[in-house]
Design a protein around this ligand. Sequence first.
Ligand code: DAH
Length: 350
Amino acid sequence: MTRADWEKSYVSAESALRDAGVENADLLKLEEVRVRFMGRKGALTELLKSLKDLSIEDKRELGPKAQGLKASFDALIDARKAALEDAGDAAALEKDAIDLTLPAIRPPKGRLHPLTTTLHEIARTFQLMGYSWAEGPFVEDERHNFSALNIPEGHPARDSHDTFYLQGLPLLLRTHTSTVQIHTMESIRPPLRVVCPGRAFRHEQIDATHSAIFHQVEGLVVDENIGLADLKGHLQTLLQKLLGASTKTRFRPSYFPFTEPSTEVDVKCFFCPGTGCAACKHTGWIEILGAGVVNPAVFKAAGYDEQKWSGFAFGVGVERVAMLLHGVPDIRAFYTNDLKFLKQFDENLL
Ligand code: DAH
């Protein structure tokens, strides 16, 4: 190749580059231009390659010229690429733009279930009276659920408990939290004051006031010379704190095998003016707890000296209290997990 030929190729490559329209090219077109000039048979590639056919002096003079063209080619392509990228970023930013002046979406906030807050409130009131907190297992043996509580085999009270037995095992789901009384006495020495809140199970026909799963707060106080007056004082303190000082309550004689004497405590119905309704089974009163002076037979079974120690016990129905507190006429509402129902209750965690 002669120098004149080379210079002709140079001029045509230079003008082709000027006309290539790099300034307005999109990414596809840019690649096409790159191949056209710098591909294996590209105009610039050829130009650079053909330098080798020139004389040393020509090479020395024209080499830098060719490199200069190559550099401006690279600069042109890079500049266009950068411009395209910037434009892409700007478009993406615009698309994902966040309007900081819009009101924020509040994340939904969890809250405690009304049964949990009621249970805590009952247990907390007793804790303030010096009770400690104890829990026991849901699966029990007959001794803790029945016989140690003076309910021997064949006792009619066993029938009234509608017990769930574990298939093939001498075990059952506790039908009341009174089981924890026995566990407590087996593990600590008197004097003692404990509350035992928890879940209990009965194979019951479910209706507006009965659920197969329910909650109780059990209480047990053991000391010397404890009697019915102490029991009444502690329970009245609870009821006034829980339901208000003006709440009408009545202590009614009752029967439980593990207490003697026994009592049941009713609260004036909150749903009717005492005239009777479905919630109070048309009596004007709602029963919320059972209690009594601990039967010496229970102390004996748990290994306490029944001559020396006396005490009282009680079991509060948590669902009943929650129904009264919140005006819920049907116990099933607590177990259906309906958010519309649950959202009505206090957001403040205890
Ligand atoms: N365990 C009884 C029940 O589930 C409630 C009860 C009554 C508990 C009297 C007691 C008590 O501790 O003294 O029906």
